[in-house]
Ligand binder design. Sequence first.
Ligand SMILES: C[S@@+](CC[C@H](N)C(=O)[O-])C[C@H]1O[C@@H](n2cnc3c(N)ncnc32)[C@H](O)[C@@H]1O
Length: 203
Amino acid sequence: MSGRWLERRKRDYYYKRAKEENYRSRAAYKLKQAVEKYGFIKPGDVVIDLGAAPGGWLQVVREIVGDEGFVLGVDVREVEPLNYENVYIFVGDIMEPSTLERIKAVLPRPADVVLSDVSPSISGVWELDHIRQIELAERSLQIALFTLREGGNTFIKVFWGELFKQFLGKVKAHFNQTRIVKPEASRKESAEVYVLGLGFNKG
Ligand SMILES: C[S@@+](CC[C@H](N)C(=O)[O-])C[C@H]1O[C@@H](n2cnc3c(N)ncnc32)[C@H](O)[C@@H]1O
C-alpha cells in the first residue's frame, strides 16, 4: 500500500463523513480534532473565525459554544447563513483595515478565541504561495492581538516553509504557550500546519 493511496483513502473518508454528518467541509474535522486534544474553545465563548467559507468550522464552533456563546465568521466569499441568532457572518477581506473595525463593532465583548483557516488561491509557485499565506497568517495574528481578551487563545493555519519560524516567534511573543498542530484530518503531504497560541498576554 503506497502512502499516496492511504492519503487518498483518508481524504475520501473525511469527505464522506462530512456528508453523512452534515458538515459543510472536511476541514470541520481538523478543528474538532484539535479542540478535542487541546480544549481551547469552551461553552459560552466568543469566537472569531477568519476565512470561514463554506462554514464547516462555524458549525463546529457553534456546537461547542452553544446558546450562550457568540460566533463571528468573516470571508471574502459569501457564506450560507447558519440560522442561529448568535452566529453572525459578513463578507470582508481580512487584509483591509476596515474589516478589523467591523469585527470590533460586532463583538459583544473581547473575544475568547480567534481562529484562522485562511488560504490564498494557490498559484502553484511554491515560494509565492508560501509568502502570501504567511501574510494572511500574520494579519490573522494581528487581528487576534486587537480583539482577544487577556488569557484568550488563537489557532492559525500556516504553510510550513522558510518563513514559518519567524511567524512562530511572533505568536510566542504574545502567548504563554504555543503548540504546532497537525490534525489527523489534515493531509500529510499538505504543507499546512496550525499554530496554537494559548493564554494571550497583553503585556
Ligand atoms: C480552507 S477555506 C476555509 C474552510 C473553513 N474553515 C471551513 O471549515 O469551511 C479558506 C478560506 O479563506 C478565505 N480567504 C482567502 N483570503 C481571504 C482574505 N483575504 N480575507 C478573508 N478570507 C479569505 C477563502 O475565501 C476561503 O473560503
